[in-house]
Ligand binder design. Structure first.
Ligand SMILES: Nc1nc2c(ncn2[C@@H]2O[C@H](COP(=O)(O)OP(=O)(O)O)[C@@H](O)[C@H]2O)c(=O)[nH]1
Ligand SMILES: [Mg+2]
Length: 365
């Protein structure tokens, strides 16, 4: 009996520590959720800006091949915290250079992409010099690399000429990224370069939202999602409001549900594509694709949790590294939700990797 106050004291301390960890996790997740990446694309109509927008995020956001009116407004495309802005022509009658900067809030962009497919125009050169003056970062993207061809010269020589020509025109030694929206050439290097020019938090937003064109990028997505699973597992276990039938464990299923959906989104796996795209209908992948849809429902989350719970309950929970606060990490609810989250993530990663291997194979054939 005399031990009671001490135990109660320990309980209170534990509760306090849980509350503190929960608010820490929530803050971390909220902060990450609010991070956005805003990238401007500029360049001649027909150079492939709309195509690049779609390719970079892997979603059909912009209409391709639509003759663009140089005097129109800026066009913004949103995907999962990434905003891609197709800027109108610089220094036109409607948007003269004097007011362009303020009008299109140039200071709000994280990065600029100058997209061209022919000789760089004088408007692009002038706009770049404004960007330089304001200390803004601009990457040069020579799109339609598949069109670079000459009977007398190699593609490498032609690329070198283009690089030298751009550097001469903008009077600076600049790197040129060669891309093709037709065969996906160079999209991996461009996307990685975009990530590399962003500060840490924005880099994570980019990695989460952009389409992966390399195994390395896919691995970076995996690492980010693992971190998300860990944090959400902690939150779900601490928020325990849904008892799992037949088990002495409760978790917050809605947290896991939205976690699963955000993982699916990070891998660009939307339900419509999973159900209809030929990509996922090959026998080896169809079952996996189906599971990803089924498991991202309330019933699916519960099923997955129960499956891992039976296994986890018999194991010691002490092995969990207390990354999200000692008390939560030691709980069985945390262990189960962590395992379920990682199982869902592993399936998404496996499917995305299989699709990427097929894409890489096609590209190198
Ligand atoms: N061959 C080739 N055509 C491309 C490439 N990127 C875009 N296109 C085509 O070029 C045209 C203009 O593309 P679009 O993205 O609408 O250019 P925008 O006017 O700059 O937005 C369309 O017919 C595209 O299909 C590419 O890398 N290679
Ligand atoms: Mg366009």
């Amino acid at each position: 009996m005399h031990k009671l106050p001490e135990i109660r004291g320990r309980h209170m301390a534990q509760n306090e520590s849980i509350l503190k960890s929960v608010s820490n996790i929530r803050r971390q997740l909220d902060e990450a959720e609010q991070v956005t990446v805003t990238i401007a694309l500029f360049g001649q109509p027909g150079s492939g800006k709309s195509s690049l927008v779609n390719k970079l995020v892997g979603q059909p956001l912009a209409s391709v091949g639509v003759a663009t009116d140089q005097t129109r407004q800026a066009q913004t495309y949103h995907y999962n915290g990434v905003h891609l802005v197709d800027l109108p022509g610089f220094d036109t009658v409607r948007f003269p250079k004097e007011s362009f900067w303020e009008r299109f809030k140039m200071d709000s962009f994280d990065l600029f992409l100058c997209v061209f497919s022919e000789k760089l125009g004088s408007a692009e050169v002038e706009f770049f010099s404004h960007l330089q003056k304001h200390g803004r970062t601009c990457l040069f993207v020579r799109n339609k690399r598949d069109d670079i061809w000459d009977t007398a010269k190699s593609v490498e020589d032609l690329e070198k000429e283009i690089r030298e020509d751009v550097s001469r025109l903008v009077r600076a030694q600049v790197k040129v990224y060669f891309t093709s929206c037709r065969d996906d050439y160079g999209l991996d290097a461009l996307s990685e370069a975009i990530a590399g020019h962003l500060p840490q938090a924005k880099q994570e937003r980019w990695i989460e939202s952009a389409k992966a064109y390399s195994r390395r990028f896919l691995e970076a997505k995996l690492a980010l999602c693992k971190k998300k699973v860990r944090l959400n597992a902690g939150l779900s276990a601490a928020n325990a409001i849904n008892p799992l039938p037949g088990m002495d464990v409760a978790v917050d299923i809605s947290i896991l549900l939205s976690l699963f959906r955000s993982i699916k989104k990070a891998y660009g796996l939307n339900d419509k594509a999973l159900l209809t795209s030929r990509e996922f209908q090959v026998p080896a992948l169809a079952q996996l694709a189906n599971n990803l849809i089924k498991n991202a429902t309330r019933a699916g989350v519960i099923r997955l949790l129960q499956r891992v719970a039976t296994r986890e309950i018999t194991k010691s929970t002490s092995k969990y590294i207390p990354l999200v606060g000692q008390a939560i990490a030691a709980s069985i609810g945390y262990g189960i939700t962590l395992q379920a989250g990682n199982a869902y993530l592993a399936d998404c990663h496996e499917l995305a990797s299989a699709v990427m291997e097929r894409e890489l194979l096609r590209r190198h054939c």
